[in-house]
Design a protein around this ligand. Structure first.
Ligand code: NAD
Length: 297
């Protein structure tokens, strides 16, 4: 019997635990606060920002929604980030991707104070993660690690295939899973667009994690019996509903479910975990900056 992993339920339990962590901070006179900075007018980014703001409010975390005109000079963004870096009441800063072409992505990543970099993308934080001493684990990879933990799947000694080598998901996830640490110790293979014969890799894996953005990239014929399948992909496909589309992952759910011992759905798998781990990093940042010991789930 295949277990369909309920990401909403796991995320809810993490949010519940974080409520206690927020209470500890408030008892010490600290209200954790996240500032989101949006410098584009894309509907998808707008939606992500409003979800992040709402998630914070639900937990009693302060949320500041900073908007910058996409046509404004790049310096306006960097000045804003510098101001947020300097503010004691702001513990986490997230610059929503993408920023306009005239703003250097690399400079954005380095602009946020590493102590407030709740995305975990600052080069200093990337280095700490690779070195096995992560300050902030990036939210999606961390969410995948937590899902495996809650599912009782220990990656130690397992063959894990991660498909996708982006800086925000594939690379940090592969790194986390190979670390000599709890939730790590896996033998990790990182596959990508230039991989010859993806199926040869996925077929010998105990755990397959796809983070690509291609519908039906992985199907049941590419899996062995009892594989754990984590689908990070979020793809829009046309649908006959009000929105005109529905969301689907990288994995052909029905055929993969025939082979998998456990599998995440899309939506309702990794997505809610990403959101929960942003709250986790914001609470962690607040505790560290205020010098308050907080238990984290
Ligand atoms: P990206 O476009 O930056 O990277 C995609 C990666 O897939 C690249 O490394 C590329 O080498 C690889 N790739 C492309 N085609 C391939 C193929 N045919 N075979 C094997 N590998 C291939 O994407 P990203 O930002 O890492 O996001 C990946 C997917 O995950 C997207 O669908 C995105 O929407 C989704 N995503 C979901 C969450 C979540 O919370 N669930 C968070 C972030 C991203």
């Amino acid at each position: 019997m295949t277990d369909v992993i309920d990401g909403n339920a796991v995320a809810a339990s993490i949010r519940d635990d974080l409520t206690d962590s927020v209470a500890t901070l408030k008892d010490a006179g600290v209200t954790p606060k996240l500032a989101t900075v949006l410098m584009n007018d894309k509907q998808a980014s707008e939606t992500y920002i409003s979800m992040k703001q709402r998630d914070c409010e639900e937990l009693g975390i302060g949320a500041e929604d900073v908007r910058i005109d996409p046509d404004a000079p790049a310096e306006e963004l960097f000045d804003t980030v510098a101001d947020l870096n300097a503010r004691e009441d702001v513990h986490g800063i997230l610059v929503q991707d993408p920023t306009p072409d005239h703003v250097s992505d690399e400079r954005v990543l380095s602009a946020v104070d590493p102590a407030k970099d709740v995305d975990g993308f600052h080069p200093e934080n990337v280095g700490k993660l690779v070195g096995g001493n992560a300050r902030f684990k990036p939210c999606t990879p961390h969410g995948v690690q937590k899902l495996l933990e809650h599912e009782g799947v220990d990656p130690e000694g397992k063959d894990v295939v991660v498909v996708g080598r982006s800086n925000i998901v594939g690379k940090p996830l592969a790194n986390l899973l190979m670390q000599k640490a709890d939730g790590g110790n896996a033998t990790v293979t990182l596959c990508h667009s230039r991989t010859d014969d993806l199926a040869a890799h996925t077929r010998r894996a105990d755990i397959v994690i796809s983070a690509v953005g291609v519908v039906d990239l992985v199907d049941g014929s590419m899996l062995s019996e009892d594989t754990v399948v984590i689908d990070v992909g979020i793809n829009r496909v046309d649908a006959d509903n009000d929105k005109g589309y529905r969301l689907t992952g990288d994995v052909d759910f029905e055929s993969a479910k025939e082979k998998a011992s456990a599998i995440t759905p899309v939506p309702g798998g990794v997505g809610p975990m990403t959101r929960a781990m942003l709250l986790y990093n914001t609470v962690k940042a607040a505790g560290e900056q205020a010098g308050v010991d907080v238990d984290l789930p």
